[in-house]
Design a protein around this ligand. Sequence first.
Ligand SMILES: O=c1[nH]c(=O)c2[nH]c(=O)[nH]c2[nH]1
Length: 296
Amino acid sequence: MSYSYLESSSYGKDNVKFLKVVKNPKNNKDHEIMECNVQVLLKGEIETSFTEADNKVVVPTDTVKNTILVLAKKNKTETMEKFAALLALHFTNKYSHITGVHVKIVQQLWNKYHEHSFIHGGAETKEIELDYDQAKPTEYKLVTILKGLTVLKSTNSMFHGFNVCEYTTLKPTDDRVLSTDVLMKLEFDPAKLGSLETVVTGSKDELFIELFKNCRDTTLTIFKNENSASVQATMFNMATKILQDNEVAKFVTYELPNKHYILFNLEWFDGEKNDNELYYPSSDPNGLIKCTVGRN
Ligand SMILES: O=c1[nH]c(=O)c2[nH]c(=O)[nH]c2[nH]1
């Protein structure tokens, strides 16, 4: 009997980056662009490559990289949800011993300001994660992620009524600065979205585009409108609204750092009052609040 066994394994290519330019056939100068960073990890009957140095079962990671690029060139890639589904179905259909795929795609945001000129959207990205197992094709996990959207409001945020004990120094407040880097994840319900084959046909592209826009708009609208009782309460309200608006959503997750801004005390300067006007950014430590919300 050998000492160890392989509990789980996967392999593939990470950081496969491309910029795709889609030209309007009527006007060769009117372009749309998509810049992506793709990870594809393969699963299946690959154990012996780890345990017996059997490379017969290995589709080289170099082949995985080539495949990502060729499929990106040959197919319409309006949405990364569709491209992820295409990749998952390709690898599992092409290689009989590859039965599962994990795809992660990070998409840069480029805002078009002229027919073929764009402004980069900064740290904000859209991400897709897809886990697909050929044995359970209707149980795939497809997640759309909004990441790196940094927001701040300078009033309409409170925090009081919290637990107080001998370790507490925080003072309750009904007016503070609230700031966070939004990380929102929306997991689709496969029963409502349909099979990955239908995703690949492109019939869901409009839905994916509208859904992402709705998630971003709802996050920003509730952030600005609500007199926030806490990060916890506000993120729950955001997730609930997204579930209400998007039938295809199964779970909405938020992970929000509470990026503290602390009032300077200027009393020492001749009793100078600081009426929530001058703060110092306190980058760490930061609060970190997470929740996943489902529907009843
Ligand atoms: O919205 C908040 N939630 C907390 O859990 C918390 N904890 C804290 O110190 N400040 C805040 N703010």
